[in-house]
Design a protein around this ligand. Structure first.
Ligand code: TEU
Ligand code: CA
Length: 538
């Protein structure tokens, strides 16, 4: 039996930016409930909900101070239970974000741990003595600076791979692991559909050996977690794993190993940055390299013993049409092209809120307009190192996390129908034109391409289980592939570029399944239009 999550399409909601229900400018759980009808119309099967737990909000909820409470800005536990219940009525499961590599420094465990070296919770975190009066080693935080922070009171450093308000948990401690499993079971008992696991590849860290990801105990911990928690339920789990290779992805997702359903891999994220440097060090994308990475993850995973996830966007990365395509004159065609290729590949597709209406990046003029801790810390660190302000703003506009975190654009009313108050982060001014209301009113909109793609997946096993076969020699800018299952053969052709491209295939077809321009009648010696994409049944 094919598990439900292989046929599913998952929709990520960034709660702070999705829908405000009470005019405080912050999206909330009742706001999400009010939009379930919209999501059912789109056709999605599950919502991955970014964190709504109690949190000081240093990293918008990825710094949790109580895993079993809802942050008041998002609502109450009653609201959360109601969301799970109402979503079910719309045939939608709720996937909770599991952030267990670290907690907030306000979590009672850390508050206790800081009290003294012999506090019972001390060992829930990772403490080291200084070496020659400085940090234990040169491990870096993802949010700039050292990963070690000195605690004056007890005279030791603690480890934090993210903000210093996000101390890393010590997974070597079995007491800690059991507390986490209890907490997961609390959520499982509420009837959720699964977990998205934040930076899960870090839990096997060996800081003394300077090992961050893929540590020796990572897979044993995941097996143990599986056994103690979600093994008893039909759930999906997806790990966030920036450093996975196809082989590592198979280790996580081989059903025989009892770890996770699938992982998110990020190999394409390096393609537009200087090799060996950081994401802020920009270089133009080479379409041939993008194509190579896409094909690699379709062909180097053995789908009989593993599974894969498919996504362009999330709350940490920019809008794909702005980043790698065109968000101006070809915005609609380009967004549809990205949708068509992604949703017809092998794996479970994810849509990030707003992607389905072609929302774009939103540039800022100065650091005063930036909310994201990663961008702000980088800006100050690099300013000190002598970088120019204008260059830093350019990097933030290209890669900053606020790009994807702008409020959802529901209508052309004030503040895009997101809030009746003052939004926590300014709405992208293009909401006048780009919004859900306009998309729903236009049968040719990006929304209906997504709706159709979801329907094609639900109704055709070839989309779920078909083998992927690349059409060779189409050049760097054209991606063409077959999906084949038994006698069913689908061909997908896409022009990844904004220029016309020649394409030739001596093959007939019965039917055009989806396209972003006029339907093609032949594949012989054709000239693809900018960002043209279509799928045909052979
Ligand atoms: O992201 C992990 C992560 O590695 C990102 O911080 C990434 O480095 C960066 O955003 C992209 O350049 C996860 C969450 O998705 C992110 O929102 C959190 O800030 C982070 O973990 C810490 O929990
Ligand atoms: Ca609100």
């Amino acid at each position: 039996m094919t598990p439900w999550w292989k046929k599913a399409v998952v929709y990520q909601i960034y709660p702070k930016s999705f829908q405000d229900s009470n005019g405080d400018g912050i999206g909330d759980i009742p706001g999400i409930v009010s939009r379930l009808e919209y999501l059912e119309k789109l056709g999605i099967d599950a919502i991955w909900l970014s964190p709504v737990y109690l949190s000081p909000g240093i990293d918008n909820g990825y710094d949790i101070s109580d895993y079993q409470k809802i942050d008041p800005q998002y609502g109450t536990m009653k609201d959360m239970d109601n969301l799970i219940k109402e979503a079910k009525k719309h045939h939608i499961r709720i996937i909770m974000d599991l952030v267990v590599n670290h907690t907030s420094d306000q979590h009672p465990w850390f508050v206790e741990a800081k009290k003294s070296k012999d506090n019972p919770y001390r060992d829930f975190y990772i403490w080291r003595d200084s070496v020659d009066g400085h940090e234990p080693n040169d491990l870096k935080s993802a949010f700039s600076g050292s990963a070690w922070k000195f605690d004056e009171k007890t005279g030791q450093y603690y480890l934090h791979f993210f903000a210093d308000q996000q101390p890393d948990l010590n997974w070597k401690n079995p007491k800690l692991r059991n507390k986490i499993y209890d907490m997961m079971n609390y959520w499982i008992d509420k009837g959720i559909g699964g977990f998205r696991m934040d930076v899960i590849e870090l839990i096997g860290k060996e800081p003394d050996q300077r090992i961050r990801e893929n540590g020796p105990m990572l897979h044993p911990y995941l097996k143990e977690m599986n056994e103690h928690t979600f093994a008893r339920q039909d759930m999906m789990t997806v790990g966030e794993t920036w450093n996975a290779t196809p082989k590592i992805a198979e280790e996580y997702s081989d059903p025989a190993r009892h770890e996770l359903s699938m992982v998110f891999q990020f190999e394409n994220q390096n393609l537009d940055q200087e090799p060996g440097k950081e994401k802020w060090d920009l270089r133009p994308l080479d379409l041939g390299e993008l194509k190579k990475v896409l094909v690699k993850w379709q062909t180097e995973i053995d789908f009989n013993h593993a599974w894969n996830s498919l996504f362009w966007e999330n709350h940490d990365i920019p809008r794909v049409i702005s980043r790698w395509g065109n968000d101006q004159e070809y915005r609609v065609q380009c967004a549809k092209m990205f949708a068509i290729i992604l949703h017809l590949m092998h794996g479970t597709p994810y849509i990030y809120n707003g992607e389905e209406i072609g929302m774009t990046n939103c540039p800022v003029k100065s650091i005063a307009e930036v909310e994201d801790i990663e961008s702000i810390n980088m800006y100050h660190e690099r300013l000190e190192q002598g970088y120019k302000k204008a260059d830093l703003i350019k990097s933030i506009n290209a890669k900053g996390r606020d790009n994807a975190r702008r409020p959802m654009q529901w209508s052309n009313e004030e503040n895009a129908g997101f809030t009746s108050g003052k939004p926590w982060l300014k709405v992208n001014p293009n909401y006048q034109k780009i919004n859900v209301k306009a998309a729903l009113a236009d049968p040719g909109s990006i929304f209906y391409t997504y709706q159709k793609l979801i329907k094609l997946r639900h109704e055709n096993p070839v989309v779920v289980d078909g083998d992927f076969e690349l059409v060779e020699n189409t050049g760097d800018s054209v991606l063409a592939f077959w999906r084949k299952l038994g006698n069913e053969k689908w061909l997908v052709v896409a022009n990844l570029s904004g220029e016309k491209q020649g394409f030739n295939l001596d093959s007939d077809f019965k039917e055009v399944l989806i396209s972003n321009y006029e339907k093609r009648a032949s594949l012989k010696n054709i000239v693809l239009k900018p960002y043209e994409a279509f799928a045909v049944k052979a």
